[in-house]
Design a protein around this ligand. Structure first.
Ligand code: PGA
Length: 250
């Protein structure tokens, strides 16, 4: 039985005062549960505050990105070991906004995945197709190639300590959600790709859905056998909505 995971991706949103309020509200709504893990990924600068405020809460946290390098003259970068130092358990790698807006390619994503694991952070590897790729029938092959690009560098065993998030680009921040059937089809495909290389790893791999997950569509997504939780953007900034999504995953 895979334990569900719900991760809030705050993106580049928030302020000190706003984060203080949101964390208070989240702690009010959410208690640690045996059935689902819950984590938030704030902007880097809020990690000290998050790590203090959530220390006793049972909620976990991570980053939205990391450097592929360990240490050195890399202005503006943050390393995996720094994130670990602030208590991060997770880091998102290869989010489509990083890929499309900041030019991260498969090689960068794979290097970040490896860097995360070397500091014992669990990478949440994002994959997903554009609308054009979906319309031309290329979605499954595209997603497979994104996974294989990381397997080729990190090895299949590395997926025993990783999470995959399927995030169709056309559904991110658009209010358009993949139907449960569309999402389940791609999730089953991802699990199949991993299973063809290592069935045991595929069985335990958590595959999250991301793309306009809301309080009112979470349950029908989570009802599918290969959807093990969610990576939530916009709705993770509203404590009551995020809590409702987390409860749906329990
Ligand atoms: P969204 O974002 O829930 O706002 O669509 C999801 C994501 O980018 O992870």
């Amino acid at each position: 039985m895979r334990r569900s995971l719900v991760v809030g991706n705050w993106k580049m949103m928030g302020s000190r005062a706003g984060v203080t309020k949101l964390l208070e509200e989240l702690k009010g709504y959410l208690v640690a549960s045996d059935r689902a893990s819950i984590a938030i990924c704030p902007p880097y600068v809020f990690l000290p505050q998050v790590s203090e405020d959530l220390r006793e809460s049972g909620l976990r946290w991570g980053s939205q990105n990391l450097s592929q390098y360990d240490e050195g003259a890399f202005t503006g970068e943050v390393s995996a070991s720094m994130l670990k130092d602030f208590g991060c358990d997770y880091t998102i790698v290869g989010h489509s906004e990083r890929r499309s807006l900041f030019g991260e390619g498969d090689a960068d994503v794979a290097a970040k995945f490896v860097a995360a694991q070397s500091a014992r952070l669990t990478p949440i590897l994002c994959v997903g197709e554009s609308l054009q790729q979906r319309d031309s029938g290329d979605a499954l092959e595209w997603v497979k190639q994104q996974i294989i690009a990381v397997v080729d560098v990190a090895g299949i065993d590395a997926f025993a300590d990783a999470v995959v998030a399927y995030e169709p680009i056309w559904a991110i921040g658009t209010g358009k959600t993949a139907t449960p059937e569309q999402a389940q089809q791609v999730h089953a495909h991802i699990r199949g790709v991993i299973a063809s290389l290592h069935p045991g790893v595929a069985d335990s791999l958590r595959i999250l859905y991301g793309g306009s997950v809301k309080a009112d569509n979470a349950s029908e997504l989570f009802a599918n056998p290969d959807i093990d939780g969610a990576l939530v953007g916009g709705a993770s900034l509203i404590a009551a909505d995020f809590a409702a999504i987390c409860r749906a995953a329990e």
